[in-house]
Design a binder for this molecule. Structure first.
Ligand code: 5RP
Length: 258
């Protein structure tokens, strides 16, 4: 069917729509953040209305909570549910071991909290995020405002000993000011070019006083759904053969608006 979505949106819609096929009645769901997650929330709202499902959702950011609520989904706090059945979220990069870089949208603290409480995490992406080695995308590190310069110096000292190719740090800006997360923290984006040992780096960064959370998601993702502009979606699950789905792009265009 012809459609008027841009290639980028068509890929995101394909991944999002293929991912919500895994949602069943009664689930407690984690809702990710980002432009692909927006498609997923729209697809989910449509599915809930069409199939008369009852879902309980936990959002990973204020903006996702606002969108989900606006589209009629029930959103509660993480502590209201304890465990979640499934979290569907985007990513900035993934490698063959399903290690991720997240936090391009600055929501990785809540995203990691929600993913860590979930039985399964499905990541919705596009082919540009599929990398052999993590690190082309700058690694977001959330730091508390107090003493953030000193925290950046300590991060720099850790990076000096890390197996990476670059070590350029930038405090994230938004408009004319500093970007602040939903928790009121700053984000430092670190260009590393190549992360040789993500586990070692994750451990080193977690030990730095002032670092609240970093965007390395290790051992959390179970499946990766890769949406293509032609409407095909490839679902990769560790230890299984990939599965392909064809998504109707005309149906994507008809989803409830964000
Ligand atoms: C937000 C994230 C996003 O999931 C990630 O940045 C991908 O976003 P998009 O779907 O817009 O490419 O980690 O903190």
């Amino acid at each position: 069917m012809p459609h008027s979505l841009s290639p980028a949106d068509a890929g995101k819609a394909a991944a999002a729509m293929a991912s919500v096929a895994q949602v069943t009645d009664g689930m407690v769901l984690g809702l990710g953040t980002g432009s692909t997650a927006v498609w997923m929330v729209r697809a989910l709202a449509h599915k809930v209305a069409e199939e008369d499902l009852t879902l309980t959702c936990v959002a990973t950011s204020d903006r996702t909570a606002a969108l989900a609520t606006h589209l009629g989904l029930m959103v509660v706090d993480l502590d209201d549910v304890g465990r979640l059945d499934l979290t569907i979220d985007g990513a900035d990069e993934f490698d063959p071991q399903f290690r991720l870089i997240k936090g391009g949208g600055g929501a990785h603290l809540r995203e990691k909290l929600v993913a860590a409480q979930s039985d399964r995490m499905v990541v919705i992406t596009d082919p540009s995020k599929d990398v052999a080695t993590l690190g082309a995308f700058p690694l977001p590190i959330e730091v508390i405002q107090m003493g953030h310069r000193a925290t950046m110096d300590r991060i720099s000292a850790e990076l000096a000993a890390a197996d990476v190719n670059e070590r350029t740090m930038q405090l994230r800006q938004a408009g004319y000011g500093r970007f602040e997360t939903d928790e009121g923290n700053y984000v430092v984006d670190v260009s590393l070019a190549r992360i040789g040992d993500p586990e070692a780096l994750a451990m080193a960064l977690s030990d730095v006083p002032g670092v609240v959370e970093h965007g390395l998601f290790l051992g959390l993702a179970d499946s990766i759904v890769i949406g293509h502009p032609d409407g095909r979606a490839e679902t990769r699950t560790l230890g299984q053969d990939p599965e392909w789905t064809i998504v109707d792009m005309a149906a994507a265009e008809a989803l409830p608006n964000a």
